[in-house]
Design a binder for this molecule. Sequence first.
Ligand code: NAD
Ligand code: DAU
Length: 354
Amino acid sequence: MRIIVTGGAGFIGSNFIFYMMKKHPDYKIICLDKLTYAGNLSTLKDVMDEPNFRFVKLDICDREGVYKLFEEEHPDLVVNFAAESHIDRSIENPEIFLQTNIIGTSVLMDACRKYGIKRYHQISTDEVYGDLPLDWPDLFFREDTPLHTSSPYSSSKASADLLVGAYGRTYGLPVTISRCSNNYGPYQFPEKLIPLMIQRALDDKPLPVYGEGQNVRDWLYVEDHCKAIDLILEKGTVGEVYNIGGHNEMHNIGIVKLICDYLGKPYSLIEHVTDRKGHDQRYAIDPTKIHEELGWLPETVFKDGIKKTIQWYLDNKEWWENIISGDYQNYYQEMYGRSEERKNEGNYFSRRLL
Ligand code: NAD
Ligand code: DAU
C-alpha cells in the first residue's frame, strides 16, 4: 500500500505516521505538509531516512503540486489530517481556515478522482456537531446528530465533510470520514490546552483558564485515535462516518488542577481569563458504531495517558522550547538548506501569552 498522509508534521498526523510505520512496515508513507506554524519537521526526524518514507513540503491547496505528487506516487490511500486546527486562531482570522480546510480538501479529492484511489479518508472532528448542554449528561453526539457548528474552524471542517459526502455520491469516490473528540499525547503544539498548561506550569507562569473552566471535553489518547483510523482504512465501509471517542469527559478546570498536582505547582497559578467567543460547552462522543462494527475500543485510560503525556513533555523540553523560541521554524532550512518564507508569521506566544 502507498499512503499519502497530509498534515503529517503536526500533532495527530505525526503520531499516525509513527503508528503506521510500526504496524505496516511494508507500506510506503508519503507525508505531504505545508509546514505552517503548526508543522514541525523535527518531529519526523526519526523516520526521515527510512526507505519507505518520503516527506514533501506542499500546500494541499496547490493543485499543480498535488497532481504532480499523485502522478509520481500513485497512492492507494489518502488520509487528510492537514488543517488549520486551532479555534482561537479561527476566531482571529477565519480566511486561512476556509482556504486550507475546505478548498484544500476539494483539491485532494480532485486528485483522487483524476488518478484513482482505493480510499480517501477525511479526518474530521466532533466539533462539527456543535455543543451539548452541561446539564444533560446522557446526551451524546451520534453519527446522525445534525451538523451545527459554532466557530469558523468547526464550520470549515463541517463544510469539508459535506464536500466529502458530495464527492462520494456524485463521483463515486470511495470516501470515509471519522469525527474524533479531543486528542492528547506527545507532539501536541503548545497552544492547545494540555501542552500549554504543562509548559506554562513548568515555567511558573499564569495558567489562563477561559471563564469558569466548567466547559467539558471528551479526551482520547492520540494513539487510540490512530488505531481507529487504521481500522477504518482496513475494515470501514465506504461512504460511512465513524465517531471516535473514549467516554472520558473532563471539565477544563479539573485538567488544569490535575496538571498542577502532577507537577507539584500551586493552584494560585490558575488565572480565570475572558472566555472564548462562542465557546462550546460540552463535547461527548457516542462511539457505539465503531465499537460494534469495527471492534474498536480505546486502550489507554486517562490517568495513565495524562501521566505519560506530562512525562513526555518533561523528557522532551527541547522540542517545545524550540517552539516557544521560534527556533523550530529553522529546522526545515537546516535540513534542506533553502531560504524559508514563513519566519514572520509572528510569534503567537509572545503576542498572546508571555
Ligand atoms: P495540527 O495543527 O497539530 O497539525 C496540522 C498540520 O497540517 C501541520 O503539520 C500543518 O503544517 C499542516 N497544514 C496546515 N495547513 C496545510 C496546508 N494548506 N497544506 C498542507 N499541510 C498543511 O493539527 P492536529 O491537532 O494534529 O489535527 C489534525 C487533524 O485532526 C485536523 O484535521 C483536525 O481538524 C483534526 N482533529 C484534531 C483533534 C485534536 O484534538 N487535535 C481532534 C479531532 C480532529
Ligand atoms: O474536539 C476536537 C477539537 O479539539 C479539534 O477539532 C480541534 O482541532 C482541537 O484544537 C480541539 O479543540 P478545543 O477548542 O476543544 O481545544 P483547545 O485545546 O483549544 O481547548 C480545550 C478547552 O480548553 C476549551 O474548552 C478551551 C479551553 N482553554 C483552551 C486554551 C488554549 C482554556 O481554558 N485556556 C486556554 O488557554
